[in-house]
Design a protein around this ligand. Structure first.
Ligand code: IPM
Ligand code: MG
Length: 358
C-alpha cells in the first residue's frame, strides 16, 4: 500500500532528526512491503524566511491532502523578535487548528535501560511507570481571545488571554481518554484547577458525566499543582492523564523528563477521522542544531505512532519500538542520554543503529 506523508522538517534540529526518521520509515516500507511517499512542506521559521509567513495556505493544503503529517520542530532565536502573529510557533498552532487535531497523545514510559538517566531515585520509581498524557489541543487559553488593553487602574498595558472550554470540546477529548484507558490499565486521572477556574469546573462536570459511559474505567480528579507534584513523587500511580491544552503542555514536559530525556517522547495529534500529525514533544533546540548530536528517538517513535494510529500498521509500529528498545538495551546513547564520561553516538549513528535492528 502507498501512503502519502507530508513532511515538515522545520527549524533547528528538525531537519536532522526528521531525516533519520524518514530513513526508518523507508526501511520499514522495504521490510513490510509498503511505500511511503514524502512531500516536503516549509513551515515555521524557514517559511518566514522563504515566504514571509510561518504557514502558507499551500502548506496547509498539502498537509490536509496527505494521509498524515510528520513534523520535526519549529522556532528559534532568529525569529524571536517578529510580531506575535508571525512567530514560527503559529505554524504549529495553525496546522493543529486547520487539521482539527484536538487529541494530543503523549506517552511517557520508563525504559529500563535508561534508569541511570532518570532524575528520580530508584526507590521512588519502583517498577517504573507507563503514562499516557491525553492533552486537548485545539482549545483553552491557546485559542481564546488574546490582546492588550490599557489598565483602568493606571498600571500600564494589560495582556489578556481568554481561557475557555465548551462541554463539546471536553466531552470529545474525554471520550478519547477513556477509550485509550480501556486498552491500557483502565484508569483516567483528569487534571484541572477546579478549585479556582470556572473553565475547570465545566471540565470536571463534563468528564464526570462522560465517565458514566465507561464504568470499567476508574476516574480520579486531581488539581494541576498536585499533579505536577505527584508526577515526581509517585509517577507509577498514573495511567492516562486527561487534561487541557495549557496544563497538558506543562505536565507533558515534566513527564518526559522523568523518562530520562525530553529527547525520548513522541506524540500523536489526531482529529475526528483518525488522521494525524506526528512529532516529538521537544522543540527545535537551536543551541545544538547542526552539530549532529540531537536525539532522533522521539521522532522515530512518533513514526511508530503514525503507523499504529493513522495507518493501522501494528506489527510495523511494534517493530520500530522494539528496534529502539534494543538500541538502548545495547547501550547506545545520544549525548542527552549519556551519563558523564559515557561515549555518545551521533544523530545519524543512532538512526543507523535503529535501522540495523529492524
Ligand atoms: C508543544 C509546544 C507548543 C505548545 C509550542 C511550540 C506552541 O510547546 O507542542 O508542547 O505549546 O503546544
Ligand atoms: Mg510544550
Amino acid at each position: 500500500m502507498k501512503y502519502q506523508i507530508a513532511v515538515v522538517k522545520g527549524d533547528g534540529i528538525g531537519p536532522e532528526i526528521v531525516t533519520e526518521a524518514m530513513a526508518v520509515l523507508e526501511k520499514v516500507g522495504r521490510k513490510f512491503g509498503h511505500e511511503f511517499a514524502f512531500q516536503q512542506v516549509l513551515a515555521g521559521g524557514c517559511s518566514i524566511d522563504a515566504h514571509g509567513v510561518p504557514l502558507t495556505e499551500e502548506a496547509i493544503q498539502t498537509c490536509k491532502a496527505a494521509d498524515s503529517v510528520l513534523l520535526g520542530a519549529v522556532g528559534g532565536p532568529k525569529w524571536d523578535n517578529v510580531p506575535s502573529e508571525k512567530r514560527p510557533e503559529k505554524a504549529l498552532l495553525g496546522l493543529r487548528a486547520a487539521l482539527g487535531l484536538f487529541a494530543n497523545l503523549r506517552p511517557a514510559q520508563m525504559h529500563k535501560a535508561l534508569s541511570a538517566a532518570c532524575p528520580i531515585k530508584p526507590e521512588i520509581i519502583g517498577d517504573g511507570f507507563d503514562i499516557l498524557v491525553c492533552r486537548e489541543l485545539t482549545g483553552d487559553v491557546y485559542f481564546g481571545a488574546h490582546g492588550r488593553r490599557e489598565s483602568d487602574k493606571g498600571w500600564g498595558v494589560v495582556g489578556y488571554d481568554d481561557m475557555n472550554y465548551s462541554a463539546f470540546e471536553v466531552e470529545r477529548i474525554a471520550r478519547r481518554a477513556f477509550e485509550m484507558a480501556r486498552v491500557r490499565s483502565k484508569k483516567v486521572t483528569s487534571v484541572d484547577k477546579a478549585n479556582v477556574l470556572e473553565t475547570s469546573r465545566v471540565w470536571r462536570e463534563t468528564v464526570t458525566r462522560v465517565a458514566a459511559d465507561y464504568p470499567d474505567v476508574e476516574l480520579g480528579h486531581m488539581y494541576v499543582d498536585n499533579a505536577a507534584m505527584q508526577l515526581v513523587h509517585n509517577p507509577g500511580q498514573f495511567d492516562v492523564i486527561l487534561t487541557g491544552n495549557l496544563f497538558g503542555d506543562i505536565l507533558s514536559d515534566e513527564a518526559s523528563m522523568i523518562t530520562g530525556s525530553i529527547g525520548m517522547l513522541p506524540s500523536a495529534s489526531l482529529n475526528e477521522s483518525g488522521r494525524g500529525m506526528y512529532e516529538p514533544i521537544h522543540g527545535s533546540a537551536p543551541d545544538i542544531a547542526g552539530q549532529g548530536i540531537a536525539n532522533p528517538i522521539a521522532t522515530i517513535l512518533s513514526c511508530a505512532m503514525m503507523l499504529r494510529y493513522s495507518f493501522g500498521l501494528k506489527a510495523e509500529a511494534d517493530a520500530i519500538e522494539a528496534a529502539v528498545e534494543k538500541a538502548l538495551d545495547d547501550g547506545h546513547r545520544t549525548r542527552d542520554l549519556a551519563t558523564p564520561g559515557e561515549k555518545a553516538v551521533s544523530t545519524h549513528e543512532m538512526g543507523e543503529i535503529i535501522r540495523g535492528n529492524l
